[in-house]
Design a protein around this ligand. Structure first.
Ligand SMILES: Nc1ncnc2c1ncn2[C@@H]1O[C@H](COP(=O)(O)OP(=O)(O)OP(=O)(O)O)[C@@H](O)[C@H]1O
Length: 293
């Protein structure tokens, strides 16, 4: 299967944060949801993919091309939606269009106006008067009006009301009817992913924990519930993150089958949500960090 984005052994260090030998592939023709807690490196990775940041070392290619020799061509083929306002505030959408349109060979005015109408955006009002939702709609309109093959979004649904979130997801769903298109977007709202994500990429503390087909996550992972007396040094190793209470324990396993073989029917297995997976992974690494420091 073709990959639209390839990151190979990428290193990027900031004070107090590092991506180490980070590799990631984004598959063509699918929606990949990009999740992880606050400050784990999602925006950094998106900026690296967009060439807004450069890696200290490692390879990044888009459509099989690298930025060094093909920056212009790559940028033509991407639509980028930011989480915060990067549109010039003191101008109108009509003026903004005049600036952006000439940058794209495949700019489509009809499509642009279709989105402007759909989103009921005013062309002649100063962008600084726009609400957060309008700003997002404007950013999305520009990203979608040049027939981009890859749409990258950094938390597009954050701060949006549920109705517009649903509309946005429907629009993304429509875009995906064209199998040449690919969407990669970060979000904290994991329920949005249940609607449209084919793949989930999960990172934690600058590490790529997994990229999996969405439905496969439920097949592999499970929340395990049982009596605390089942836990000892050996059995604890079977789990990522354990929560104990007076009623017993709850833990996350990455290998449902193995858990079933070890514990049989002394434990109950339940389907995890993406939030469960994030929570227990965090708990597991926090525990690891404290017990090894
Ligand atoms: N330009 C920079 N200079 C120094 N540190 C940075 C820079 N950009 C990001 N960082 C640090 O890198 C870490 C990862 O930040 P990043 O914005 O990528 O996380 P995130 O997963 O997108 O977080 P959130 O979900 O909260 O937006 C943070 O500790 C942040 O402070």
């Amino acid at each position: 299967m073709e990959n639209v984005v390839e990151m190979r052994n990428v290193n990027k260090t900031f004070k107090g944060f590092a991506l180490k030998d980070f590799s990631l592939s984004v598959k063509k023709g699918f929606v990949t949801g990009f999740i992880g807690g606050n400050g784990v490196g999602k925006s950094t990775i998106i900026k690296l993919i967009m060439n807004l940041l450069q890696p200290d070392s490692g390879e990044i290619s888009l459509f099989g091309l690298n930025y060094k020799n093909h920056e212009k061509e790559i940028k033509q083929r991407i639509g980028f939606v930011f989480d915060n306002n990067v549109l010039y505030e003191n101008i109108t959408l009509a003026e903004m269009k005049k600036i952006i349109k000439p940058a794209y060979k495949n700019w489509d005015d009809t499509l642009f106006h279709q989105y402007i109408n759909l989103f009921e955006l005013p062309m002649k009002k100063q962008i600084k008067t726009f609400s957060k939702g309008m700003m997002m709609k404007a950013s999305l309109t520009f990203a979608l009006s040049h027939h981009a093959e890859l749409i990258i979004m950094d938390e597009p649904t954050s701060g949006l009301d549920p109705i517009f979130r649903r509309e946005l997801l429907d629009i993304l769903h429509d875009i995906m009817q064209d199998s040449e298109k690919t969407i990669f977007f970060s979000t904290h709202i994991t329920t949005d992913l249940d609607r449209i994500a084919d793949y989930i990429t999960f990172i934690h503390n600058g590490q790529h924990i997994f990229t999996k087909e969405h439905y496969k996550i439920e097949e592999d992972y499970a929340i395990v519930k049982g009596e605390t007396n089942l836990l000892d040094r050996d059995t604890e190793r079977e789990f990522i993150g354990i929560r104990r209470s007076n009623h017993g324990f709850e833990a996350l396993t990455t290998n449902k089958q193995r858990t079933q073989n070890i514990f049989g029917d002394t434990v109950i297995l339940e389907k995890p949500t993406l939030e469960d997976i994030m929570l227990y992974t965090k708990k597991g690494t926090d525990h690891y960090a404290t017990s090894h420091s």
